[in-house]
Structure formats: C-alpha cells, structure tokens
Write a protein that binds this ligand. Structure first.
Ligand SMILES: *Cc1c(COP(=O)(O)O)cnc(C)c1O
Length: 386
C-alpha cells in the first residue's frame, strides 16, 4: 500500500492535513518534461491547481513556465522565481490593476478573452509606455467530453473569443499601437481522458491558425492549454499520467511552421497524484440503512466532491486491506454544516473505528487551493515526504 512506510509518522500529526509526496511529484515532472522536450514543446504549469510553495519550487526547478489566472498568481510566480518571460496571464476578468502590474513585470504574454479586453490592455500599455504581447484565447466549440462544470470550450461557456468575433480582433490588432500578437490560445476543459478530444482540438487549431496566416498575421505561438486528466479510480496503478501519448497526439495532428512554438498549460496532470488529504475518523455512526464515518476533514479542506460531485478514492490507512477482511459500506462525510459535505457514498472500507487515519487520494490538484475558512475552520496544514 502507498502509505505503508509513512503512516507511522502520521500518527503524531495534527489532522487534517495535505500530504505531498515530493518524490512522486519529481518523477511526474521529469516524465512530462522529457516527453515535451522530445518534441520541442513548452509547458507552463497552471498554477491555480496548486500554489503550495514547496510544490511550486520543484516545478520551477524542473524547468516549467507558469500559467496564471490572477494578478496575485502572477506576482507569486515572479516571487517564487519563475522567469517573467515564462509567465502567461489568462482569465476572463482581468482587472486594470492586475493588467498594469503584469505589464510592469514584463510577462511573456496575456491570453486575452474578449475584444474589449484587447482595447483595455492596449490603453494600459500605452499609459505604461509598453507594448503588450497578447495571444487570443479562442473558443473553438470543441466538446471536452468531461464533467459539464469543467467544460470551457463550448459556445455556451463564458471563456474565450468566439469565432465570429475574430474579424473584429484582427481589425483591432492591425491598428492597436501597443499590442503585439504573439499567437492563439485554447483551453477546452479539464480532466480530459479521451485523446480524440485533443485530436479534434488540433484540427480546429489548424483551421483558425490558417485563418490568421491568410490575413498576414505571423503566429509565433500556438498555445493549446491544458486539461489532461488523471486516473482518480486507480491512483496506485497509474501514478504518472501518460504524457507521451498526450504529446504524441499534438505532434501528429497539429500543423506547425518552422520556428512556430507549441505551448501547453498543464495543471491537474502534474500535481493531482502527489497529494492526499489525510484525516481522522471522529465518529462512527452505524445505522440500519446507512453507516457514516464522520471525519475531521470536510469540504473546507477538499471541495471537489461538494462542488462537482468529483470522485476521490478513499482508504483507511490504519487498517491495510487484507483480501480476507470484511468490508462495510460507509458514507464518508465531513463535519461542516452542509449536506453536500460528503466525500463518498457507500464506500467499501474495512470495519473502521474512531481514531483511524483516512486518506483521500489524488487531492493534489484543486484541493488545498480551494480550502476555505467556512465555519471558521483552521487553515489546512501540509506535510511532505521527499
Ligand atoms: C485551469 C486552466 C488550465 C489547467 O487545466 P488542467 O485541467 O488543470 O490541466 C490551463 N489553462 C487555463 C487557461 C486554465 O484556466
């Protein structure tokens, strides 16, 4: 079992906490970097997935850029030591203050999500006496075939510039003195496991890229975003995502001119598996119809199940599984005063008791970063293995 060697160390720790396996993170980063390098692809880490300092430092050292979605993320990336020329800034609602600060850092590129935003960035760049490098985030209307709450590339989504607005963008870009078009950008959703989705994206990118090139725009960068999924059901079997297969698709189907760079923005696939939320059973309620395990961690520490019915594998790490041992079905819930504060229904676990340590797996992405102080909860801690 994954935690066999370290569970003893957890006994003396105050729960709940996030456990980060930094060795697994390093292995994952190496696998991704190696696969990307073999095609000359560039990867920016989508910082919103996890901005724990230790995690960011390893990612910086492994040679990734940073993909940010707020001014504070831009500032943090620079503070941690990501080179400004490897920092990109996306987001559908960048404020004037955020734009001006990012301009002052001379970041690599703004991924722009509307015609009006182009005008605003042009004005602010003029005031700052700068030329802003921009990429247009285009909504390709490609279905990511993932949970609808994490789909971003359909016409009905708020993200990106729709294709019927491209003429207006092209017109604005030819006259805007303080903008420089670096390339085009796409991000169609998250937790995508069907590689055909990425193939469809490539075909769409080729089409849109041709549209720009026919109008005399030279695109240095094709940014295809992130979204590669991980195996939440079998975290031990598939600890590292299949980066090779993922990059292969783009190498095969994306048309590139000589010198044209391909950029990726991976979040989840880099950090999901290295993190687990460790908590303790506070109470066991055994009923006629239902049994409950009430944990000392809840939606305030890990919101994904409450927010989008996400599945996380749950293990009782105080009672390593034996094939022979009897299993009981529990609803595993947190202490927060909300009915959606539930990590899993009818979860089969060994007969569990107060004080047992429970691991909620694959929680390294969109876990700690979404923690809240609701119910005036303590700030969640982190523990590391290296
Ligand atoms: C969230 C986000 C990503 C990363 O998505 P993952 O599914 O975590 O890989 C990449 N690009 C943009 C613009 C995003 O908002």
């Amino acid at each position: 079992m994954f935690f066999q060697d370290i569970v003893g160390r957890f006994e003396s720790e105050q729960t709940p906490f996030y456990h980060y396996d930094l060795k697994l993170l390093s292995q994952t980063l190496e696998a991704c970097k190696g696969a990307a390098d073999s095609y000359g692809f560039h990867v920016h880490y989508a910082m919103k997935a996890n901005f724990n300092r230790r995690v960011l430092e390893l990612i910086r050292d492994a040679g990734f850029g940073a993909d940010c979605v707020s001014g504070n993320e831009v500032n943090k990336a620079i503070e941690i030591g990501f080179a400004p020329q490897r920092v990109v800034f996306a987001g559908v609602g960048k404020s004037d203050k955020e734009i001006s600060e990012a301009l002052s850092h001379n970041i690599f590129c703004f991924n722009v999500e509307s015609v009006q935003e182009l005008e605003v960035i042009n004005d602010l760049a003029l005031k700052a006496g700068k030329k802003a490098r921009v990429a247009l985030r285009i909504n390709p209307n490609v279905d990511a075939h993932t949970h609808h709450n994490i789909t971003t590339g359909l016409d009905e989504n708020k993200f990106g510039i729709n294709q019927w607005e491209l003429s207006a963008c092209a017109e604005l870009l030819t006259r805007a003195q303080n903008l420089w078009l670096e390339g085009i950008h796409f991000h169609i959703g998250s937790q995508i496991t069907d590689m055909n989705v990425f193939k469809s994206l490539c075909i769409k990118v080729n089409e849109i890229k041709t549209w720009f090139e026919e109008r005399g725009f030279n695109l240095n960068v094709l940014n295809v975003g992130g979204g590669l999924g991980v195996d939440y059901y079998q975290p031990d079997k598939n600890q590292v995502a299949d980066f090779k297969a993922y990059f292969d698709i783009f190498n095969q189907f994306l048309e590139r001119k000589p010198g044209q760079e391909v950029h990726f923005e991976l979040g989840r696939a880099l950090v999901a598996h290295c993190g687990s939320l460790i908590s303790r059973v506070l109470y066991v309620k055994k009923g006629i119809k239902k049994n409950f395990l009430i944990l000392d961690a809840g939606m305030t520490e890990l919101m994904r199940p409450a927010l989008y019915q996400a599945y996380h594998k749950i293990e009782n790490i105080s009672r390593p599984d034996k094939a022979s041992s009897e299993r009981i079905k529990y609803d595993v819930v947190g202490p927060i005063c909300e009915s959606t504060d539930c990590f899993g229904k009818e979860v089969e676990l060994p007969d569990s008791e107060r004080g047992d340590l429970i691991a909620i797996r694959t929680a390294g992405a969109y876990g700690e970063v979404m923690a809240s102080r609701y119910n005036l909860r303590d700030e969640v801690r982190s523990v590391y293995s290296e």
